[in-house]
Design a protein around this ligand. Structure first.
Ligand code: LMR
Length: 405
């Protein structure tokens, strides 16, 4: 008998199980449309040249050491990350009502923020979009939220945003509910609200006294422009909302396994800042004590050097551009085959993903017969598509739609 015989089994994390299955598949035609990680046109991971450059400089800098960071991380990094999100000359930064906390990528920032809201600010209920990145529900549950609910987002019949449903659900949310919003490039649907829709969302959040918690994992990936992709967050901050925002540098810097992120906190005034920082310090101390330094050094170096910053913006543009190109090519190829249905949503959606609307049987058909890996909700990562496999993927989709109309 083991003391741990009582431990129950748990479901696999779908997206990581898919990656493993893809890696183990020996079929030369296999295609990975699963995990949201950028791939080159040769289906290879990409270390951004500007990141390599920064790493070389860091490796050759004898003044650097491996001493502990504080619980809140590297302050220069956190300030630069906060400025990148909120923009130059942002009033909240000038008023010193905004601060950043270095966290373990977007997930870590979401979790620190969730813990802070639950343990220190009394929030109990959270709403995430339906559908959303699956980890949202898990992490708010684990942070002890009493109720993790959903607001409508995807209109399956028309393959577009269910805006009326979204507004109605926010209207009916109890006061003081946390509302998780995707800053841009919504995962998994690739559909973002328009400027006017964001305004209406902000109106309801204000009127119903809800709390906006942004997840900004794809700044730069939606439009190729860092400023444009932060507009939703900046709009809320300019209107005077208090917000949290979890920023990830996994995608836009390609620093997936360095776990580098930032939790931006914007308050109405400076009064609660000292206590808030003290409580967040304890949350982090009691969890992982303090963050690692490699990722924050790279990001801070690039954000703090005008030339490297410019090079990085070019890298983002090229990643976003390739993805956009693949959207166009995939749609064209599917339409050229006369595949039944409407495929304009592939190019209407933005960011890393397309929510294809393929059904379960069609998806299984792609996996079983074409070695094309994608999650069961039909989300595809456009970064897995390239000029060599786009026709193959389109033909496979055409076949799946014909077999299982
Ligand atoms: C994804 O959505 O595929 C990525 O954000 C990876 C992850 O951790 O789920």
């Amino acid at each position: 008998m083991s003391r741990f015989d009582c431990v129950e089994s748990a479901p696999a994390i779908e997206i990581f199980a898919l990656s493993k299955a893809y890696k183990e598949d020996t079929n030369p035609q296999k295609v990975d449309l699963g995990i949201g990680a950028y791939r080159t046109n040769e289906a290879k991971p990409w270390v951004l040249p500007v990141v390599r450059k920064a790493e070389h400089e860091i490796a050759n800098d004898d003044s650097l050491n491996h001493e502990y960071l504080s619980q809140l991380g590297d302050d220069l990094f956190a300030q630069l990350a906060t400025k990148m999100l909120l923009g130059d000359n942002n009033k909240a930064i000038e008023d010193k009502r905004a601060f950043g906390v270095q966290c373990l990528s977007g997930t870590g920032a979401l979790r620190v923020g969730a813990d802070f809201l639950r343990r220190n600010a009394g929030f109990k209920t959270v709403y995430v979009s339906d559908p959303s990145w699956p980890n949202h529900k898990l992490l708010f549950n684990h942070a002890g939220f009493e109720s993790v609910r959903t607001y409508r987002y995807w209109d399956a019949a028309n393959r577009q945003l269910d805006f009326d449903g979204l507004i109605e659900d926010l209207r009916n949310a109890p006061e003081d509910s946390v509302i998780v919003l995707h800053a841009c490039a919504h995962n998994p649907t690739g559909i973002d609200p328009t400027v006017d829709q964001w305004k209406a969302i902000a109106d309801v959040i204000e009127e119903k006294k809800l709390f906006p918690f942004f997840d900004c994992a794809y700044q730069g990936f939606a439009s190729g422009d860092l400023d444009k992709d932060a507009n939703s967050v900046r709009y809320f901050v300019d209107r005077g909302f208090e917000i949290l925002c979890a920023q990830s540098f996994a995608k836009n810097f390609g620093l997936y396994n360095e776990r580098i992120g930032n939790l931006t906190v914007v308050l109405k005034n400076t009064t609660p800042i000292v206590n808030s920082k003290a409580q967040i310090t304890l949350l982090i101390r009691g969890n992982y004590s303090n963050p690692p330094v490699h990722g924050s050094r790279i990001v801070a170096k690039v954000l703090n050097d005008p030339q490297l910053y410019q090079e990085w913006r070019e890298c983002i543009k090229s990643m976003a551009g390739r993805i956009q190109d693949m959207r166009n090519q995939l749609r064209q190829n599917i339409e050229k085959l006369g595949t039944s249905g409407k495929w304009s949503h592939i190019t209407d959606q933005i960011g890393m993903f397309s929510y294809t609307g393929l059904n379960k049987q069609q998806i299984q058909h792609l996996v079983d017969n074409y070695h094309i890996y994608l999650p069961k909700d039909g989300r595809i990562s456009l970064s897995g598509i390239n000029t060599q496999n786009v026709e193959y993927v389109a033909k496979a989709i055409n076949d799946a739609v014909n077999q299982f109309p």
